[in-house]
Design a binder for this molecule. Structure first.
Ligand code: ATP
Ligand code: MG
Length: 427
């Protein structure tokens, strides 16, 4: 075989290799997890603009279709449960075609000016293939060197590693590895309802919950009609971003302003913030019955602000009828902000808003709330009725579902509020 004649065959089929996390592959639930992962991948591929196919190989999902490879890579990188995402080509498993494709792949990479050295790694999964792994690596290395003498072999720090996985009928050649999000497939651990504010913490908490397999819906409490709608727009944009990592969940918008005022009139005083937080988890617990959530998720981090002392968190838990999960409980603020940047929520969280919690907040909030004290305030209200009214007024949206991913969010109107400047500035 002369190397001059080597060009990749027309049968070389661009695809993407998605490696599964080991943790769930070992268990007895492997089949169920893989199905869920593939369902989530299909949802992530919606609106991609062409037909796609998914194939299950050992420990690997292969994704391809009539869609540019970089688009497939980008979508797959948002799917929780894959440890790595690798652009690849698929060819028939013959020595001649594999060799031609290997040379052609290195030629393209070399032509782009980014690669001056290489290594070849062969995984021979088909034991019938005529060459074993080590001789096949030497064979491919020699052919590539003949065709492209400017490239050198470097087995310790190669500019590119060409990985060649030989199955019985098909062989996959890949040359780059992007890290995936790892974690458990969204939905494999059940459903949760996230208390989503406009800040940095709760979106990061939601993302962490999703990475442990929880499908998330969201509830946001605004201070309407006493605050502007900025926090609602932020919550919408945050939920929309978070929905890119899961089959889209719902966002419930609840105007809490009137109820907050009632708590103040009832004499909450220094307990105002904890009383509001208790009202939020009570309302969220009732809402969860309709969304199928088995737990609430918040962005609390112990001691971060006055409302997050241990005594106050205990007082909040006491009002919830579902477990309250706090994925960020031991995290420092800076770590959380860094994570928010990595997952793409920081740009929204940084925008100014009028948070409902600062509305009516006392100058010195209680840091050691006793449940009995806050209950005494709550007794002056018709709590059940209040919660029913709040639930009845909830506006329900599903951010990201009915829009193209690049379209601007369709933002809700809040009764009695006029949209001010913020709308166009949201990403
Ligand atoms: P975040 O950055 O998430 O706003 P924070 O540091 O501002 O958190 P708090 O305001 O004390 O802390 O809120 C603690 C948690 O309570 C939030 O992470 C969120 O889960 C929930 N929460 C607070 N305000 C709201 C709100 N307006 N709507 C829904 N949930 C809220
Ligand atoms: Mg907040």
């Amino acid at each position: 075989m002369t190397t001059d004649a080597l060009t990749a065959p027309p049968s070389a089929d661009p695809c993407v290799l998605l490696k599964h996390g080991e943790a769930f592959l070992k268990g007895r639930n492997r089949h169920r997890f893989t199905e869920r992962l593939h369902d989530n991948l299909r949802v992530a591929l919606r609106g991609v603009g062409g037909s796609t196919w998914i194939k299950n190989a050992q420990h690997v999902t292969v994704l391809g279709g009539q869609v540019p490879q970089d688009v497939l890579v980008e979508r797959a990188r948002n799917v929780i449960g894959f440890t790595s995402v690798e652009p690849a080509v698929r060819v028939p498993s013959t020595l001649e075609i594999i060799t031609a494709t290997a040379v052609d792949t290195l030629r393209t990479l070399h032509g782009s000016g980014t690669v001056s050295s290489f290594a070849v790694r062969v995984k021979r999964r088909d034991k019938q293939f005529p060459l074993t792994s080590a001789p096949m690596e030497r064979h491919l290395g020699a052919r590539i060197r003949e065709a492209l003498p400017a490239l050198s072999v470097d087995l310790t720090a190669p500019g590119v590693t060409l990985t060649v996985a030989i199955d019985r009928k098909e062989t996959y050649l890949s040359w780059a590895r992007h890290s995936g999000l790892s974690g458990l497939p969204v939905g494999s651990s059940g459903r949760a309802l996230v208390l989503l504010s406009g800040g940095y913490d709760s979106p990061v908490a939601a993302h962490r919950a999703m990475r442990r397999g929880l499908a998330c819906d969201f509830v946001h409490f605004s201070g309407a009609p006493y605050t502007n709608p900025a926090s609602v727009y932020k919550a919408y944009a945050l939920a929309r971003r978070l929905n890119e990592f899961q089959p889209p969940g719902t966002l419930h918008l609840i105007a809490l302003g009137q109820a907050q005022k009632q708590l103040a009139i009832a004499g909450a005083g220094r307990l105002q913030v904890v009383a509001q937080r208790r009202l939020m988890v009570r309302t969220a617990s009732a809402l969860a019955a309709g969304t199928g959530a088995e737990a609430l998720v918040t962005g609390d981090s112990l001691g971060q602000v006055a409302s997050q002392t241990l005594a106050n968190l205990v007082a909040v838990d006491e009002a919830a009828s579902l477990p309250v999960l706090r994925p960020l409980i031991g995290r420092e603020k800076q770590e959380i902000i860094d994570e928010a940047r990595a997952i793409g929520t920081a740009d929204v969280s940084v925008l100014p808003d009028e948070d409902c919690c600062s509305l009516l907040a006392p100058p010195r909030a209680s840091t050691s709330t006793r449940v009995a004290h806050v209950e005494a305030v709550e007794k002056r209200l018709e709590l059940d009725e209040l919660i029913e009214t709040l639930l009845a007024s909830a506006e329900v949206l599903r951010p990201g579902e009915d829009e193209g991913r690049t379209a601007p969010p369709r933002l809700p109107d809040i009764p009695g509020q006029r949209v001010r400047g913020l709308r166009p500035s949201l990403p």
